[in-house]
Write a protein that binds this ligand. Structure first.
Ligand code: DCT
Ligand code: MG
Length: 594
């Protein structure tokens, strides 16, 4: 059995033991560990024992190296076999947020608490991995972590700020042999950042954004674990360690909540952090969303700091905020976070096709209001879709009643069936989850192929017809290939001349992918992340096309696939749930977002 095969097996071992073990002994609980023993082909007894040990201490042994999942690489071998196991060419390809440590780091947990990763760094060039944890340790309450625009003599350097993915903090740029101690950035303590340019985190629409946020959440989790103020370690967003993965628990929200007042204030604070894009703010969003979820399901009304602190995952700082809300009905932090840029950035991001990067650019160009944008203040330029976004700003930013989505769909469906009566056409997204209002209309189209025909080209005819009948009014994004089986269309539509314009997405998928596509486009997004995460931790990969086995890559060139991951399920949602051992849930039970 190979090490990855054994790792996959370990995932399901020891559950009864884990259930019996006191949580304080599960010191690897939030850690996703990729272990390398140096035995690439056959898992030796030592490797098997070590993987068992990780699992028994609550850790997850990740079978296939995936930087979006792995929190720590633990290696007992030299760089070359380590790189082989990781299928990388150079240690520099390991992202900064993943410490590469020796086995001794794992055993340090036996002494009561895991020691700092840098003390156990496996390779000198990786000593500084994840130095961001150390640079801001213990300062979170007062000073949000400086992302990449670092402070030098009180003057911020915004030139490197955009590159959130490769932050050049003073400590991370130090050579390990430097005399400076690992906490050297304390000489330049992170400062509260109010200037918009410092909050740009990278290109908008970054498909990995959620993983960076997740990684940030994990970082902070470890950080609070280590912090001296006793903040409890946070669970990962999509995983609830002892109770399993978030996708495994049906949504039990019965609408009645005893802690709504607290939730409202925390939510208000969370929304402010959403507009700010430093790692710190992203983590706050995840942290508060998790607390809010916990409060929603909490069976008693919280009346004290101690009661708040007793909730799993609520640390000292959050408990103090809850106490303030209970005692005063207010939360001063909300005013503190209402920096001048927040409102403008929020408004700009409401424009279709405007992400954080553009929003901050416009802010820095002097725009503060939508009128400033319309007036092109500061010489800003808009793309054609952004112009449509500005013109129908209010329409696009208001949610439609469920009934309106249904009426629009009921106009579109017969038109599609006129083109081909064999089409499968369904409405997805929040509508399928039973929500009372919808942000847009998500339509899925496919067609059985047993008669030798497909739905290729249908989208073209459908769009033409919907334009002619003035149901679709503006195009925002048209498919690259109208004649393929996969196509994505985005636009605006309306029920009639008196109605607001609404966002509409039409997605065509091959018939054999329909189950995976239904699952994906039904959501919600947090449920999707959780089920993808679970699939990944089981050595699979899940997307809107199907559930795939892991792909083996050429160690000399990661871009080259050695084995093609093959689809093991895609035709029905049920089979995907079954293989991933997720209890079946109807669409309305898949709601996880707060
Ligand atoms: N989705 C996802 N991850 C995202 C965005 C979307 O998995 N980041 C999936 C889940 C829902 C589906 O795509 C449709 O997306 P939206 O229309 O954006 O969301 P919705 O759940 O339909 O909510 P809304 O009512 O706001 O449209
Ligand atoms: Mg939707």
């Amino acid at each position: 059995m190979t090490p990855p095969e054994y790792a996959a097996k370990v995932l399901t071992k020891f559950q009864p033991l884990l259930d019996r073990t006191p949580p304080r002994k599960l010191f690897l609980k939030d850690k996703n560990i990729f272990y390398i023993g140096g035995d690439l082909k056959f898992a030796s007894k030592t490797t098997r024992d070590k993987m068992d040990f990780v699992r028994k201490k609550g850790g997850t042994v990740v079978p296939v190296y995936d930087p979006s999942i792995v929190t720590h690489i633990v290696t007992d071998t030299t760089p070359i076999p380590t790189l082989k196991a990781l299928a990388l060419k150079s240690l520099t390809e390991i992202p900064d947020h993943i410490p590469t440590v020796l086995w001794s780091w794992i055993t340090s947990g036996n002494r009561g608490k895991l020691e700092f990763e840098w003390m156990h760094a496996a390779f000198s060039s990786r000593i500084d991995a994840d130095s961001s944890k150390r640079s801001s340790k213990g300062k979170e309450a007062q000073f949000p972590r400086q992302v990449a625009g670092t402070v030098s003599g009180g003057v911020t350097n915004s030139s490197v700020i955009d590159d959130d993915h490769h932050p050049q903090t003073p400590s991370s740029s130090l050579h390990p042999s430097s005399a400076a101690p690992p906490f050297s950035s304390a000489a330049n303590p992170p400062q509260r950042t109010r200037h918009a340019s410092q909050q740009c985190n990278g290109p908008e629409g970054d498909p990995l954004a959620e993983y960076y946020a997740l990684a940030a959440a994990d970082q902070e989790s470890a950080e609070s674990n280590d912090s001296s103020d006793g903040e409890m370690p946070m669970d990962e967003v999509v995983k609830q360690s002892r109770r399993g993965f978030t996708c495994d628990q049906r949504n039990t929200d019965n609408g009645h909540c005893l802690n709504q007042g607290i939730i409202d204030k925390l939510q208000e604070l969370m929304e402010l952090h959403k507009e700010k894009l430093s790692d710190h703010d992203r983590w706050r969003v995840f942290s508060y969303s998790k607390t809010i979820r916990a409060l929603r399901n909490h069976p008693v009304q919280i009346k004290s700091y101690e009661q708040a602190r007793a909730i799993k995952g609520v640390g000292d700082k959050t408990a103090r905020k809850i106490e303030e809300i209970i005692q005063t009905g207010e939360l001063r932090r909300i005013d503190w976070e209402k920096t001048p840029d927040v409102e403008s950035i929020k408004n700009f991001k409401g424009i279709y096709d405007v992400g954080p990067h553009t929003a901050y650019q416009w802010y820095n160009a002097g725009c503060r209001t939508l009128d400033d944008v319309k007036a092109r203040k500061g010489g800003i330029t808009l793309t054609p879709t952004q112009k449509i976004g500005v013109e129908y700003y209010d329409d696009i930013n208001s949610r439609m009643p469920r009934s309106e989505a249904e009426q629009i769909f009921n106009k579109i469906k017969p038109i599609a069936l006129e083109i081909d009566p064999m089409l499968f056409i369904e409405i997805m997204g929040s509508f399928r989850r039973g929500k009372a209002d919808c942000g847009d209309i998500d339509i899925l189209i496919t067609r059985p192929t047993h008669d030798g025909k497909t739905h290729a080209g249908v989208i073209r005819s459908l769009l033409t017809e919907l334009h002619v009948r003035q149901i679709i009014t503006e195009d925002l994004a048209t498919p690259d290939n109208f004649d393929g089986l996969e196509a994505t269309y985005r636009g605006l539509c309306r029920l009639d001349f008196r109605s607001r314009r609404r966002r509409i997405d039409i997605l065509a998928v091959p018939y054999e992918s329909r189950g995976a596509a239904l699952l994906y486009y039904t959501g919600d997004d947090i449920f999707n992340r959780a089920i993808r995460y679970k699939a990944g931790s089981m050595g699979y990969s899940l997307n809107q096309r199907g559930l795939f086995t892991a792909v083996a890559r050429d160690p000399n060139d990661r871009r080259k696939k050695l084995t093609k991951g093959y689809v093991i399920a895609s035709e029905t949602e049920e089979e995907i749930f079954k293989i991933l051992n997720v209890p079946w849930q109807e669409p309305h039970e898949r709601v996880r977002a707060v």
